[in-house]
Design a protein around this ligand. Structure first.
Ligand code: UD1
Ligand code: CA
Length: 486
């Protein structure tokens, strides 16, 4: 197959049935916008030019396209409505952007058909080329054809015309073969046809579909190829279809990962965006959602009930009941259950972030552990350091954020408050309940809590007959005292 001269993506429509302030083509499934899926598919054909026609919410759509594919030529559709006008505007924009008029195959795609794959288009282009067609449309057969344009074939099976639902006779409405709004045109035939398409139809629009009948009437070859897998060519019109196609895309993505060696215990509750990368022998437990550019190395076990967005998970790591974004989890590290990893968290090899721990902008070195009930934010922790339960880095002084730096082989006692900016040197220990406002030198023990006082008999005299007093009276007197005075 030779690459097409141009691919034109139609994305100017309003998408009113979405009932949304977000333009239809910017709604997402599988971690990409609808138009993002279509542009990626179009790029797969390596066209000389890729054009997108915009109008409704054009600034938002243009800004998004510039992000996902800066090479796309933007064509603004004018006041004249209809898919034919949209394509005309695309050709005009191309003429303005290039030295000579486009010649050869021009592919037209709708911006709201997210499951279309490059392979289907390659087959369409090959048939177009092999048969020397002026137009090759992609069609499919559905049980519920209402709302679509119908493919009207004549006695010899050739395509006579495409008739829109609103313009169709009762007989034509019974046709189950529908137009998918995906075509290959010969550029010259397309220009010629668009030159004579009018607006004399039920919607007063310039129909791209009229080009087929016109080409046919002028003796050119026009064909429609039936896509067996209807869902690949299905468009999104409302949020119910968005969910349906989103689920189908996910089903296909997860299925492919299973064939590639990933264990998925419950495909129905496992959601994997299209840009996620998984190694063989990754295990995904039920309720796992992997989003964005998440990458998981071999042997890692994710889930149950874990949501990771743009997270890198190292070989053999386990991530249990965790919510993480823009974080790196090292090889053989363990995270969770109930951990919250915010952006900038980097956990080293064999490190641990345990239950009810929140981290942000935190580098936690190899073998270091934050096992229980802690907040570690704007902090650097060296290697093989242990952070006692309920430790908090107090990074915010009310106006600015400050950093906490803790060395290697440090033991931070339970319930420690680190008032940043503060540093704890290598090999230092800190006592339980410390409030550290000053740096701790390497190897030192820092203690800040006051001396403990025991007032003998206090409970018994204050609450004489209480259960506590009775329990105290029944208790053995202490034989030895534990602990150190500070
Ligand atoms: C069109 C086809 C119909 C086909 C259906 C498949 C025509 C006349 N009809 O229907 O045969 O079955 O798609 O979904 O082509 N768009 C523009 N500018 C416009 C109008 C539409 O760019 O002025 C874009 C939309 O953003 C969308 C695509 O074209 O991406 C299809 O538009 P839509 O209104 O959904 O389809 P219909 O015109 O109803
Ligand atoms: Ca329409």
């Amino acid at each position: 197959m030779t690459s097409p001269a141009a691919v034109i993506v139609l994305a100017a429509g309003a998408g009113t049935r979405m009932r949304s302030t977000t333009p239809k083509v910017l709604h997402r499934i599988g971690g990409r916008t609808l138009v993002g899926h279509v542009l990626a598919t179009a790029r797969g054909l390596a066209p000389d030019h890729l054009v997108t026609v915009v109008r409704h919410e054009r600034d938002a759509v243009v800004a998004h396209i510039a992000e996902v594919d800066p090479g796309v030529v933007i064509a603004d559709q004018d006041d004249v409505p209809g898919t034919g006008r949209a394509v005309q505007c695309a050709l005009d924009a191309l003429d303005a952007a290039t030295d000579r008029p486009v010649e050869g195959a021009v592919v037209v795609l709708a911006g709201d058909v997210p499951l279309l794959d490059t392979g289907t288009l390659v087959a369409l282009l090959e048939a177009h080329e092999a048969d020397g067609n002026a137009v090759t449309a992609l069609s499919t057969e559905v049980d519920e054809p209402s709302g679509y344009g119908r493919i009207v074939r004549d006695a010899d099976g050739g395509v006579a015309a495409i008739v829109e639902e609103k313009d169709a006779t009762a007989e034509q409405r019974a046709i189950r073969e529908i137009n998918a709004s995906i075509y290959v045109f010969d550029a010259a035939a397309l220009r010629e046809g668009l030159g004579s398409v009018g607006r004399d139809n039920a919607q007063g629009e310039v129909y791209l579909t009229d080009v087929l009948a016109l080409a046919r009437e002028s003796g050119k070859r026009v064909a429609a190829i039936i896509a067996e897998d209807s869902i690949l060519v299905e468009g999104v019109n409302d949020r119910s279809q968005l969910a349906l196609l989103g689920a189908e895309l996910n089903r296909r993505t997860v299925h492919q990962w299973m064939l590639d060696g990933v264990t998925v215990i419950d495909p129905a509750t496992t959601w994997v965006d299209v840009d996620v990368e998984l190694a063989p022998d990754v295990t995904l437990l039920p309720g796992t959602q992997l989003h964005g550019a998440t990458v998981v190395a071999g042997g890692a076990v994710i889930g149950p009930d874990t949501t990771l967005t743009d997270v890198e998970v190292g070989e053999g790591a386990t991530v249990t009941r965790t919510h993480g974004t823009l974080a790196v989890i090292g090889p053989n590290a363990t995270v969770g259950p109930f951990s919250f990893l915010r952006p900038g968290t980097v956990l080293g090899e064999r490190g641990k972030i345990g239950a009810y721990v929140e981290t942000k902008n935190a580098e936690i070195g190899a073998g270091s552990k934050v096992p229980h009930l802690s907040y570690i934010g704007d902090a650097t922790i060296g290697e093989h350091t242990n952070i006692g339960a309920a430790t908090v880095t107090l990074n915010y002084d009310g106006s600015q954020k400050h950093r906490t730096t803790i060395g290697s082989h440090v033991k931070i006692g339970g319930d420690t408050m680190l008032v940043a900016p503060v540093q704890v040197g290598d090999g230092a220990y800190t006592g339980a309940g410390a409030v550290l406002r000053r740096d701790v030198p390497p190897g030192a023990l820092a203690v800040t809590s006051g001396t403990q006082r025991n007032i003998d008999g206090w409970v018994t005299s204050r609450f004489p007959d209480s259960p506590a007093a009775q329990a105290a009276a029944a208790a053995e007197p202490p034989t030895e005292q534990h602990g150190v005075d500070e």
